[in-house]
Every structure is written in structure tokens, then in C-alpha cells.
Design a protein. Structure first.
Length: 194
């Protein structure tokens, strides 16, 4: 593979922008390359394979998501963190990244590579980022880890249902989730210490 990390990085960023606009499923190299002002052969020259290019795109989209959440201010408490994270999840910078993640995760569930491997990596970085946000918001780490498991799974489900559900139903579901996750904190504090 050629040694031109600057070009590869620039094309990764531009290819990620393209995928966030156009979608991942059905990605074709020729239209992607044309949008970048190059050829599909040059992309393969710099990335090796289409799978390597897709992996780079998915990692870049995940890096953007992690950076966005990392830059969020701390939330007032656990309940507020659920609402703040849901607002971030649907924001213009983050929503296309999460949509692309869902497309990749669907392909990864079928065992297709590079999706399965990259999604597994993305999950580890993403959940660590969410745990960090919760701990910055005053939640102790063990509770933050439990809460993130629930919140992340629920958010994925909410996003899958979003096109089908009226906005009021989604708002209520997020409020119910925030109450349920906040109740974990109360239950942890009420549990006697051994």
C-alpha cells in the first residue's frame, strides 16, 4: 500500500461525509470516487480494498460521534444526562453518524466483515465515552456502566422506531427511560452495604 497518509486521511474524511449523506448500504466505489474527484482505482490503491475503505469510514464516523459527546457539558444528574444524550443523539452532527452505525451494525449482525469487527470496536469506544459523560455528570462508575448498557440499547431501539412513532411518543419513552435509569441510582443508594 502506498505511503501517503495525508491523502488517505483527507479521503477518509471526505468519504465519511459522503456516506453520512448518502448512506452506507449499497455503497458503490465509482460514485464515491467521483464525488471525491478521483477514480475507484485510486481509492483502492490508497486503501487496499473496499472493505478497508469502509472500515476507515466507520472508524471516522465513530470518532466524530465520540468527539461530539466528549465535548458536551456535564449533565446535572443521571436523569438529565439521559435527556441530554438523547438530544445529542438526534442533533445534526450526530444523527447521521448514528444512522450509519445502525446500517453497519445490521450488516455486522449478519456476520459480514468489516462491519462486525469495526462495530465491535466502535461499541467499546462509544460505551466508554458515554460512561465518561455520566461520571463527569456525578454518577459513580459502576452505576454509569450499568446505566449506559440500558440507555444505549434503548436509544438504538428508539432510533429504529423513530420513523414510525409520533414525536410525543418518543419524548415520553425517553422521559420514562430517564426515570427508570435514575431509579437505579436510588436503588443503589438504598441497598445496604456489606
Amino acid at each position: 500500500m502506498p505511503e501517503d497518509p495525508g491523502r488517505r486521511e483527507a479521503w477518509t474524511r471526505a468519504a465519511t461525509d459522503y456516506v453520512l449523506r448518502e448512506g452506507l448500504i449499497g455503497l458503490s466505489l465509482r460514485p464515491l470516487a467521483a464525488s471525491l474527484g478521483t477514480s475507484d482505482r485510486m481509492l483502492l490503491y490508497h486503501f487496499g480494498t473496499k472493505d478497508d475503505l469502509v472500515a476507515a469510514i466507520l472508524r471516522e464516523a465513530n470518532d466524530r460521534s465520540v468527539a461530539y459527546v466528549t465535548d458536551l457539558p456535564a449533565s446535572a444528574d443521571l436523569r438529565a444526562a439521559v435527556h441530554d444524550l438523547w438530544s445529542a443523539w438526534g442533533s445534526p452532527p450526530l444523527e447521521p453518524c448514528t444512522r450509519t452505525y445502525i446500517e453497519a451494525a445490521a450488516l455486522g449482525l449478519l456476520g459480514r466483515e468489516p462491519y462486525a469487527t469495526v462495530v465491535r470496536e466502535a461499541n467499546d469506544r462509544w460505551t466508554a465515552c458515554l460512561v465518561t459523560h455520566l461520571t463527569r455528570s456525578g454518577v459513580d462508575r459502576p452505576l454509569a456502566q450499568r446505566a449506559v448498557t440500558i440507555v444505549d440499547a434503548a436509544f438504538l431501539g428508539f432510533q429504529l422506531d423513530a420513523p414510525l412513532d409520533p414525536p410525543a411518543l418518543s419524548r415520553q419513552a425517553v422521559a420514562d427511560l430517564a426515570d427508570a435509569v435514575a431509579a437505579l441510582d436510588g436503588a443503589a443508594r438504598a441497598r445496604p452495604r456489606r
